[in-house]
Design a protein around this ligand. Structure first.
Ligand SMILES: C[S@@+](CC[C@H](N)C(=O)[O-])C[C@H]1O[C@@H](n2cnc3c(N)ncnc32)[C@H](O)[C@@H]1O
Ligand code: SF4
Length: 373
């Protein structure tokens, strides 16, 4: 199997839990065991990389939680350990919360081997930042961004959310303008979703109407395009050549290893019976993970579920994937996507030359996916 392989590393702690967030993140409450966690990651990585050839990893994503709570020394140790498996020039992203890094020297992260920073800005509006329970104001976002640049990073993403409680269209667009003024290479522009088991699900805040969301999206799209950004995924916008390689690998149904508390992985294996896709998951509770870093749950994906899983990822990409990617990554014949694919082509919702929606189909992505159910 010659599938691209990436590595996700999860860091499960945050200064405070944001009321909208359902990521596996836990408030630090004082000190946390940085050395113990690093040690667990090294044990976990050793086992996960066991059958991976040298230079077999094309990207690493250090995600959270808030990885930037860990100091550069920890990343240096981790990345030194991973070095033999990293492809030359591998993309190595670290997520950072502006409230934890505004006075940090980012060159140390750069020296540790990190090549891309993703800053969680969310909004530049002080009242909305407060409502979102963020630990920083707009000033800290700008300072953090400057520190990242001063540290030598030329590949930086800003996370923004829109559709915030009682947000006006003008406020949402102003957030994009503020982000664009910083001149990042990439912007992730997410619509706020109310996730079950979050504080916002328990006490639902008043959100903008669907009509208002549409206006925000249309106006925001035009602004991003006029500013030289290209939308390559539902929420991902990049300057030319600056797409996040790690996330593109997820969406094009590549394989990935997941290490750290609650991390997920996906591996495709080939034997005499064909391809088998196995998903893996680590213990989510940091305490349990620290005790048993090698404990992993495995789940084989049934053949019947594979086409929809594939499409739910690939069709998020505005350009989708070329048709040969489906058989090579699922082991199933292209014919298993028909007749739905043919019907959707005839309706002008999917392209003929690729597994991709048309611009019209992209606006009705859920309906397109329904056809494959
Ligand atoms: C792991 S966090 C990023 C790093 C860091 N923890 C932070 O918040 O600054 C990933 C991103 O997902 C987005 N996100 C989290 N919860 C969301 C939700 N309920 N709806 C939409 N986007 C969400 C936020 O933009 C957030 O920055
Ligand atoms: S800082 Fe990021 S990961 Fe942590 S709770 Fe907030 S959004 Fe979630």
């Amino acid at each position: 199997m010659n599938l691209p392989l990436s590595l996700y590393v999860h860091f499960p702690w945050c200064v405070r839990k944001c009321p909208y967030c359902d990521f596996n993140s836990h408030p630090v409450r004082g000190a946390f065991d940085q050395a113990g966690y690093l040690n667990a990651l090294l044990i976990d990585a050793g086992a996960a990389l066991g059958d991976v050839p040298p230079q077999g990893i094309s990207s690493v994503f250090l995600g959270g939680g808030t990885p930037s709570l860990f100091d550069a020394d920890s990343f240096e140790k981790l990345l030194t350990h991973l070095q033999p498996w990293l492809e030359p020039g591998a993309e190595i992203t670290m997520e950072a919360n502006p409230g934890t890094v505004e006075y940090q020297d980012f060159s140390a992260y750069r020296d540790a081997g990190i090549s891309r920073i993703s800053l969680g800005a969310q909004t530049f509006n002080p009242a909305h930042l407060k409502r979102l329970g963020r630990i920083h104001g707009p000033r800290e976002i700008r300072i953090a961004f400057e520190r990242v640049r001063a540290g030598g990073f030329e590949n930086v993403n800003l996370d923004l959310m829109y559709g915030l409680p009682e947000q006006t269209t003008a406020e949402a667009i102003e957030d994009l303008s503020q982000a664009l003024a910083l001149n990042p290479e990439h912007i992730s522009w997410y619509q706020l979703t109310i996730e079950p088991r979050t504080e916002f699900a328990r006490h639902k805040p008043p959100l903008p109407s669907e009509r208002k969301i549409e206006v925000i999206e249309d106006t925001g799209r035009a602004l991003l395009e006029d500013s030289g950004f290209h939308r390559y995924e539902v929420s991902a916008w990049a300057r030319p050549g600056r797409q996040c390689r790690h996330n593109v690998n997820y969406w094009s149904f590549g394989d990935y290893l997941g290490i750290g508390a609650g991390a997920h992985g996906k591996r495709t294996r080939e034997d005499s019976t064909g391809l088998q896709i196995v998903r893996s998951r680590k213990a989510a509770q940091p305490r349990l993970y620290l005790a048993e870093p090698l404990e992993t749950r495995h789940n084989a994906v049934p053949d019947t579920e594979i086409p929809l899983e594939f499409l739910m990822n690939a069709l998020r990409l505005t350009e989708g994937v070329s048709a040969d990617v489906f058989p090579s990554r699922t082991g199933l014949p292209l014919a298993s996507l028909e007749p739905s694919w043919n019907e959707l082509r005839e309706m002008g919702l999917m392209r003929k030359d690729r597994i991709a929606t048309t611009a019209f189909g992209y606006r009705h992505l859920d309906a397109v996916l329904q056809r494959f159910l």
